[in-house]
Design a protein around this ligand. Structure first.
Ligand code: ZN
Ligand code: ZN
Ligand code: FE
Length: 765
């Protein structure tokens, strides 16, 4: 019998492969196949030295296509090495002094094996809310320092009992080197506090908290990346009480349900949505609502609902005991960052929560829930935080230097990048108060340390007054580079898709500082990473009252209509603005007639707000983007018609002029058209006008790849119809892993700033 030839391979794997159970998985796989050799963590991933027959080695390589759930493989490099006779396959000690950037994984939703244990009365972890293993559990949020091991996490103060230690040391155990490994004997414990902070002594804190939720009370629950405020999602009274106490008017609340079956009963799920809901990142997924017993005040005037499945054992137990869907919203007062420290939560939430469910495993870094929505059939991350951070976005072209991107103002996130990897920080929120600014600066400092990246340049928005700009300028020892807001949006999309440019970039949002000092937001750029040319822009609208116009979009609507009717006010308008006080209306008309009285803005988001204000009769916007969202949801998906518009081929920047659109829509209304028809025609018209402007641009600059970015592209209907309007001549690249809105802009800042400093000024044409 011929003996198969022994061969050797060195397999180098890059990606998120440390701290996610990858080495033990390789160990078990290799042993099962009969391959000998070693696996070890190294400078930037995992290296396997494997010895066996060619077919055995191929089996091992094939197995890499289906790694453990939390691992993300970016690349596999295989090299032939001299075969060595070894007795067995082993996990070798890690290389010392390696690159530390791979060492802290994101927080991982509790795995099915651990869930089974906490519901098994015969298991030693029955009902233990801090159960985890190498495939699951907290990571980033409990890390104190690098390298990532138990002593450098907030679990360092808990000494493992003998049983846990045996699991931790056994390569064949699911808990081999699971840093937060714990059990009821040795690990963290729950505690319960009353609203006034008094300790409540009960046998079963979870059962008691669930009871309170059933009674309609509000419970602050300490989670993975911060506190949630929870209440019974079927009780309208409870939800309203939470809104009143949290001072949150109409912004939708996320709902946590036990499992997919419970999710199906309140929302319409497709295959993709189900996959997102059960993914190890466990984001909030925006899905169409079903008629159900949920309280109407959860997401008023909204056809969508944000739902999520439990991601910690504590959530599973709480949901099981409460036996109903729960509102699970970030615990903060409006506009402040999420609470994550016990003392702080007890103080700041004292007037909101009736009960506190706490535990003694500290959260080191706050990290809000992530949010994903479906666009063009794909899950698109619109808030990238827990579960994703600090997993890098791979860059196709390596940066010449380490760079920090400071982000913008609203929904801020920052981005730290080095070589070919860009790391978004956690969601920070609106950088408009001291608390948020503090959480921002400390998160940047911590990420720099965790990733061991010392940026030599700091990129910021062109807006001179954003707190992120002031932060960038205030740092010492680093050069700063200003990147125009919409250029950064476009470059973020280029970076996500590995496009070097030039591209035709569509950047639509509410507002962003332009190079001419005015507010932009309806821009079509021809861009490379280092430079851009403005190829088309929406006709500007006067913003009477500045920020007041954004909160009260009827002011913008009035400006649009007067512009469309050459300063006249059609009769229908008075009825449409019935909710507006007479004096305010007259005053705005007077200001609009004064030449050059108001600053002008071009944000496509403002057009959405204005049309919603007019045709839905909505005078005020309770939160950023609310009316645009309602206008989007009002649209009848079956309507295909468009209104007229003009793209004036001005040199060098074309203007997208929607005055005819305004007139057509008002005529349509007078003829009795239904509001959903008008909303649909409006969307179709924006898409058609965009396509026309892209074609004008392509005629001048060539048929370049097209990317679409900016907050408006969270609107699935807009994104899909722009893509359809340009097919088949152009392929439109939409975001998926990087948020289209300002939460993704820091990536574009990083890549643009590096290219600018590098002097990569390829001409845009
Ligand atoms: Zn597990
Ligand atoms: Zn233990
Ligand atoms: Fe923006």
């Amino acid at each position: 019998m011929a003996v198969a030839q022994l061969a050797g391979r060195r397999i180098h794997i890059r990606g998120t492969v440390q701290g996610v159970g990858f080495r033990p998985w390789v160990y078990r796989t290799a042993r099962a196949i009969g391959v000998t050799g070693t696996v070890r963590n190294d400078a930037d991933g995992v290296t396997i030295d494997a010895f066996g027959t060619d077919s055995e080695l191929q089996q091992l390589l094939d197995a890499l296509h289906d790694p453990p759930p939390a691992a993300r493989i970016l690349s596999v490099a295989v090299q032939e090495i001299e075969p060595r006779h070894a007795d067995r396959f082993e996990i070798a000690a890690s290389e010392r002094g390696g690159d530390r950037t791979v060492s802290i994984p994101p927080d991982l939703a509790v795995c099915p094996d651990c869930v089974a244990e906490i519901f098994d009365p015969s298991n030693r972890r029955y009902r233990y809310p801090f159960t985890n293993c190498t495939n699951c559990g907290p990571r980033f949020t409990i890390a104190l320092d690098i390298p990532y091991d138990r002593a450098a996490t907030t679990m360092g103060s808990f000494a493992m009992c003998d049983a846990c230690r045996r699991e931790y040391d056994d390569p064949l155990d699911r808990r081999f080197h699971a840093q937060p490994n714990a059990c009821p004997v040795c690990g963290p414990q729950l505690s319960l506090r009353a609203a006034d902070g008094a300790r409540l002594h009960v046998d079963d804190a979870i059962a008691r908290a669930a009871g309170a939720l059933k009674d309609g009370l509000i419970v602050a629950v300490k989670g993975i990346g911060g506190f949630h405020l929870a209440c019974d999602a079927r009780s309208d009274a409870a939800v309203r009480r939470l809104r009143a106490r949290k001072r949150r008017d109409e912004k939708p609340f996320a709902v946590m349900v036990r499992d997919l079956a419970a999710a199906e009963s309140i929302a319409v799920l497709g295959r993709e949505e189900r996959a997102l809901l059960t993914a190890v990142e466990r984001p909030i997924v925006l899905v169409p609502k079903r008629r159900s017993a949920l309280a109407p005040s959860i997401a008023p005037r909204n056809r969508m609902l944000g739902i999520l499945l439990p991601y910690s054992p504590l959530h599973y137990l709480l949901l099981a005991d409460a036996n109903r869907p729960l509102v699970m919203t970030s615990a903060n007062l409006s506009d402040e960052p999420i609470c994550y420290r016990d003392e702080d939560a007890l103080q700041r939430l004292a007037d909101i929560a009736d009960l506190f469910l706490l535990h003694d495993r500290a959260i080191e870094t706050r990290c809000d829930d992530s949010v994903v929505t479906m666009i063009a059939g794909r899950g698109t991350v619109i808030r990238r935080s827990r579960g994703y951070v600090p997993r890098p976005v791979p860059l196709r072209a390596a940066l010449a230097r380490p760079v920090l991107g400071c982000g913008a103002l609203l929904k801020n996130t920052f981005c730290l990048a080095q070589s070919d990897r860009a790391y978004f920080g956690p969601h920070i929120g609106d950088l408009e108060n001291v608390e948020t600014f503090e959480s921002y600066t400390s998160a940047i400092t911590r990420m720099e340390r965790f990733l061991d990246i010392a940026p030599t340049i700091v990129a910021h928005d062109l807006h001179p007054d954003y707190m992120s700009t002031l932060y960038a300028r205030g740092r010492s020892g680093t050069a700063t580079v200003a990147v125009q807001h919409h250029h950064a949006h476009v470059v973020s999309a280029m970076a996500e898709h590995g496009l070097e440019g030039p591209v035709i970039g569509i950047a639509y949002d509410g507002t962003g500082f332009g190079t001419d000092g005015t507010m932009w937001g309806g821009e079509i750029l021809v861009a490379t990473a280092a430079s851009f040319e403005r190829a088309a822009s929406f006709r500007p609208i006067p913003l009477v009252g500045g920020d007041a116009a954004i909160r009260e979009p009827w002011r913008i609507a009035l400006a649009l209509v007067m512009d469309a009717f050459d300063g006249e006010i059609p009769d229908a308008l008075h009825a449409m603005c019935a909710g507006v006080p007479e004096a305010a209306f007259t005053n705005v008309v007077r200001l609009l007639r004064a030449p050059a009285a108001a600053p002008k803005a071009r944000g496509v988001g403002r057009y959405f707000d204005a049309f919603a204000a007019l045709f839905l009769g909505r005078v005020r916007s309770a939160f950023e983007g609310q009316l645009a969202l309602e206008w989007n949801q009002a649209a009848d998906p079956s309507v295909r018609r468009t209104y007229r518009f003009t793209v004036t081929a001005d040199e060098p920047c074309a203007e997208i002029d929607m005055r005819e659109t305004v007139r057509d829509a008002l005529v349509d209304l007078a003829r009795g058209a239904a509001i959903p028809t008008i909303a649909a025609a409006f969307h179709n018209t924006i898409a058609a006008a965009t396509a026309a402007a892209v074609r004008v641009t392509a005629a001048r600059h060539g048929r370049l790849p097209v990317v679409a970015s900016g907050g408006c592209f969270q609107n699935a209907r807009l994104a899909e119809s722009v893509r359809a309007a340009l097919a088949p001549d152009f392929r439109v690249h939409l975001h998926e892993q990087v948020p289209p809105g300002d939460g993704g802009i820091a990536l574009g800042q990083v890549v643009a700033a590096d290219a600018i400093v590098e002097g990569r000024f390829e001409p845009c044409v």
